[in-house]
Ligand binder design. Structure first.
Ligand code: ADP
Ligand code: ZN
Ligand code: ZN
Length: 806
């Protein structure tokens, strides 16, 4: 095997360049690009990924690498190249990108351990004679004399330690080591843990009341119990179990996730539209040529069956296939469907798996034992062999975009990966993103349509309820219209189920007119102004334009200006009031604590244990529940008020998707949409389920305003703890960006829509570019500027192709 003297390593640090290390004798034969290596970096040890092994002596002296983690690469050449592309395109440090692509990243927790240097040891020895034992500096030295400790531990024992540590570090007495520890199993969520009395439980310990209660229960009921289920029986079971485990009275063990793999079954016989789609895609798979298909099929048109057949075609060619699904859609039920079709050739990358299970799946994929992979966003990095096909289901879904560095979009990365591998891509949706449909129109993608539902089931009939009219007639600011209440009552009588969607996004509220439905827009950006409670102003988050909340509606002079923003809790309450005997379940971010919980509620609903399901966007996706014959949308308008140029598109997608939940069984479904903007094109066209009309209209708006797909866009966010600091930094950056280079338009700096988050003040720039290249050059310049001015590692956020402008 080859032997090398040096290697270049990518490290997760903001300085975006590889670092060269010399290789000690023991490592020279073993290093390979794509393996992880532990190296010294300043006073720390870091884990990086080897990019290149060579014998080119560097001009400056370099340090020795410490330890090789992987004997064979965890990232192959193809994935390393994909990582480089992501780093370049999304302007993210390569080290961060590679770390995010690594399979077992979540297995290990990064921590810092402080320990004494030799001179620190000397100093500690001399301190024996010192007369100030209370001095935190002295205490820190004493503590570390015994063994290395984490900063958190020191801080817990010694409240003033932070300053002392800093000054000791400056003097060269301490070094910090980046360590990777196995995740503490006690930190797993309760629904994944089983608890049991330990074999040799100490009996002489002082226990608090919940601990005593739990021990008593476990003694009475021997065997292991699911912790989550215990919570219903024993008060504070979860907390008590964790503290008892630390005292070794009980043992906690992670449960394996059961995926029921039914018998292998063959699929449905494809209908003609499905068959045609399948043949066209399978042809490209067999020809082994890169091609991206946009499979645009209405809700209930049987897209999944097409995916399954195409995956089979890829396997028949000796290739493997990747299926990406939105975060919330990857349930064990869904995974079970794949198992029953492909048996043990399937690997599932599910975030509810334990770390051991996940790395197990990863190894099966890499070894080639699993050739069908189902996963969420990061599944796009699965180390499959001979990639033949990537399917991106619900390609318009926002969860494909990672909202932390590197801010990549899994759908777009999938296309780049497939291109490099000469593989095919299927983007599937009933409501394709404007970008994708536009790409299909320009023949960058191949459009395939499934225009009708399976077995010619009718599309649900949709009716708009004008809440302005309702208000005029009832003179009451009601949440539910009389018509929706009546329709729900009828479903209850008939034993059919109802879904009530509350369209609510994020934090924002805005003002609207009760009488005419008008929202107040920015005169520069055509975006809805956001209401700021503090100073009762309406603000544009794009350009900072501000105005007072009008007393009268600017359009119809009515005084019934009101503020929108309604909680699902309140909606549930009102439903209980109207239907005291109905069984109502609620699903939103507040009620759903774990994936399991989400599924339990959905399953119970599917099995008919509830009559009504109330929820936010979460309930709009993918579920196939035959007994749902009514979908009510309480406030269709709220999404339209988001300060975001995609507001109309999101509203259209959401309404179309949720309407698609109705009437998937034998009884046709109806959809009632309450709105104060019945004339808004997004609402009108969602009601008509007319995607082409919406697309044309929205495309026109985007073209006029130079929004994507007619420009490339990026959001540059500047964050700092102190407001003055954030303002100063953003205005310095503003100076760099004025005047903007050719082909670029820069809006800002403006206060971000969430002006303060997690203790940081935020300002942002929105960059629209006529050329992708010009945009990238500018962003690289911005990064260089931040590095040069020594901005903190988190001060600058660059978001290319942002989905959320928050
Ligand atoms: P979509 O994802 O396009 O909304 P699904 O893939 O969920 O639609 O399909 C809707 C339903 O139709 C599912 O229950 C599926 O099992 C069924 N189905 C799909 N294809 C066929 C077919 N060719 N014949 C009969 N039923 C089918
Ligand atoms: Zn009005
Ligand atoms: Zn504006």
């Amino acid at each position: 095997m080859a032997s090398y003297l040096y290697c270049d390593v990518s490290l997760p640090v903001p300085l975006d360049q590889p670092f060269t290390y010399s290789l000690p004798e023991t490592l020279r034969h073993r290093v390979q690009p794509g393996s992880r290596l532990v190296v010294p970096f300043g006073p720390r040890k870091l884990t990086g990924v080897i990019l290149r092994c060579h014998d080119d002596a560097p001009a400056v002296p370099v340090r020795d690498a410490l330890r090789l983690i992987d004997s064979s690469p965890v990232l192959d050449q193809e994935l390393l190249a994909l990582g480089r592309w992501i780093a370049g395109y999304y302007c993210a440090p390569l080290g961060d990108v590679l770390r995010g692509m690594l399979p077992l990243a979540s297995e290990i927790r990064q921590g810092k351990l402080w320990s004494l240097t030799d001179s620190g040891r000397d100093a500690a020895r001399q301190l024996v004679l010192d007369t100030a034992p209370d001095d935190p500096v002295v205490q820190v030295l004493r503590m570390l004399e015994k063994r290395p400790l984490s900063a958190a531990y020191i801080a817990k024992k010694l409240p003033l330690a932070e300053k002392a540590i800093k000054s000791l570090e400056r003097k060269g007495f301490l070094i910090v080591e980046q360590v990777q520890t196995e995740r503490d199993p006690l930190r797993a969520p309760s629904d994944r843990l089983r608890v049991e009395i330990a074999a040799e439980a100490p009996s002489d310990l002082k226990l608090n009341k919940p601990e005593r209660e739990l021990r008593a229960f476990l003694e009475l009921h021997p065997g292991s119990h699911n912790l989550k289920e215990l919570e219903g029986t024993v008060r504070n079971a979860s907390l008590a179990a964790r503290s008892l485990a630390r005292k070794r009275v009980v043992t906690l063990q992670a449960e394996t996730l059961a995926i029921s793999a039914g018998p292998i079954r063959t699929g449905h016989l494809l209908n003609p539209a499905q068959q045609d789609a399948y043949e066209r895609i399978a042809g490209a798979i067999r020809a082994k040529r890169f091609q991206t298909f946009l499979l645009h099929g209405v809700t209930g048109s049987g897209k999944t069956e097409v995916y399954l057949n195409c995956i089979e075609a890829a396997i028949a060619e000796g290739k493997s296939a990747l299926l990406l699904v939105p975060e919330i859609a990857l349930t064990p039920a869904m995974a079970g469907q794949f198992f029953s079709r492909f048996g043990d050739r399937v690997a599932i990358l599910h975030s509810a798996f334990t770390d051991v299970e996940r790395s197990d799946q990863w190894r099966r994929i890499r070894s080639g034992a699993a050739s069908v992979v189902v996963g969420t966003r990061s599944g796009v990095f699965a180390p499959v062999r001979d990639l033949g096909l990537i399917v991106v289901d619900e390609e318009h879904d926002g969860s494909y975009k990672q909202e932390e560095t590197p801010r990549y979009n899994g759908r777009d990365v999938a296309i780049v990966r497939a291109q490099a591998a000469n593989a095919c891509v299927i983007l599937g949706s009933a409501t394709p993103s404007l970008e994708s449909r536009y790409n299909a129109e320009r023949e960058k993608y191949t459009l395939i349509e499934l225009p009708g539902r399976i077995e010619a089931r009718p599309m649900p009939s949709v009716e708009l309820i004008d809440m302005r009219q309702e208000f005029l007639e009832t003179r009451q600011q009601a949440t539910f219209s009389r018509k929706l209440i009546e329709a729900i009552g009828l479903r209850l009588e008939q034993g059919e189920q109802t879904i009530v969607l509350l369209n609510r996004r994020g934090f924002s509220s805005f003002v609207a007119c009760r009488s005419c439905g008008e929202r107040v827009n920015c005169c520069n950006c055509s975006l809805t102004l956001t209401y700021h409670k503090r100073d009762r102003r309406l603000l544009c988050h794009c350009c900072s334009y501000a105005e007072k909340v009008p007393v009268r509606c600017p359009k119809c002079q009515s005084e019934h200006i009101y503020f929108l923003g309604l909680g699902s809790e309140k909606v549930e309450e009102e439903l209980h009031h109207a239907f005291p005997t109905a069984r109502i379940a609620r699903l939103d971010r507040d009620t759903v604590t774990g994936k399991r919980h989400y599924e339990t509620i959905l399953n119970d609903f599917r099995e008919g244990n509830y009559d009504i399901l109330v929820g936010t966007q979460m309930i709009a996706k993918g579920h196939d529940i035959p007994n749902v014959t009514l979908v009510g949308v309480v406030s269709a308008d709220i999404g339209l008020g988001m300060p975001d140029f995609r507001a109309a598109e999101r509203t259209f997608q959401l309404l179309t998707q949720v309407a698609g939940r109705a009437g998937r069984g034998n009884v046709p479904g109806i959809v009632l949409i309450q709105t104060i903007n019945p004339d808004h094109y997004a609402i009108r066209m969602a009601a008509a389920q007319d995607y082409p009309a919406f697309y044309q209209k929205e495309l026109h708006f985007r073209r006029m305003m130079h929004y994507p797909p007619f420009s490339a866009m990026a959001n540059v966010l500047v964050r700092a703890e102190k407001k003055e600091m954030a303002m100063r930094m953003s205005s310095e950056l503003g100076m760099l960006l004025t005047p903007p280079p050719e082909k670029l338009k820069i809006l800002g700096p403006a206060e971000a829509p969430v002006p303060r988050l997690k203790n940081e003040y935020r300002y942002q720039f929105l960059v629209k570019a006529a050329s992708r290249k010009a945009l990238n050059e500018l962003l690289q310049q911005v990064r260089a500027f931040a590095l040069q001015h020594k901005w903190g590692a988190t001060a600058l956020v660059i978001d290319v192709d942002p989905l959320s402008l928050m």
